[in-house]
Design a protein around this ligand. Sequence first.
Ligand code: ADP
Length: 261
Amino acid sequence: LAEELRHAQKMEAIGTLAGGVAHDFNNILTAIVGFGTLLQRSLNKDNPYQIYVDQILNAADRATTLVKRLLAFGRKQVITPLPTDLNGIIQSIEKLLARLVSEDVEFKVSLFNEPLVCHVDSGQIDQILMNLVTNARDAMPSGGTLTLTTDATVLNENSFSSLEQCRPGRYAVLTVSDTGLGMDQETKERIFDPFFTTKEVGKGTGLGLSMVYGIVRQHEGFVTVDSEPGAGTTFRIYLPIVALTARHEEEAPPIVAKGNR
Ligand code: ADP
């Protein structure tokens, strides 16, 4: 629990810091882009210095993109959690996700045979899926299999070793699994840290998984990761299933733990 809290506090502090720096930096960028554009317009096309101004504006453009990402990360986004079927969310974004992966990656989807109604913001679940699928794709540069599944499980007090902040009960499990490069222990310990990335400059920001972590915690769920170097990686997102009312409880058959596909 201490570890979990420490991580949450660190995330919050970095989020605030990132948001603050990004905001100030954005003002500076406005001046660079504004005056740079003026300069660009006032120089003749054949002016030898034109190329330098173009370079400055290109760099400012890249900086603007980065600042936008930082702002989005630092900002406490307003979320609108509504009772929503996770399977439905996946079905509506499935085609888009399939387009994210390259042709030599087999993309498999297998959904639990009943609706998995959770109190979630569907836009945020889309974000989680896009981040996890993008990472899985990046981990399989020479192809492989990406599997997306949903399931239901019941967790009791004993299920939460270091995660006592979660309530016992029914959980939907969203699994994103790849047969890619995998991770060593050292990498695995740091993946949820903001700005931690092993990708080359310009390819990774190191914000994807910290965003996933933040969103899942906001939804009172949790994330686990299993990974073996050379074998692949499996991320599991647990989200509490909306408690049914007594009346519904009589009507709906109980959702049984794992494997009832
Ligand atoms: P980014 O993708 O920008 O690097 P993330 O926070 O999404 O940032 O991921 C952090 C790091 O976690 C990645 O750079 C990579 O080293 C590791 N990682 C994440 N997902 C996977 C995966 N499916 N397989 C192997 N490594 C992964």
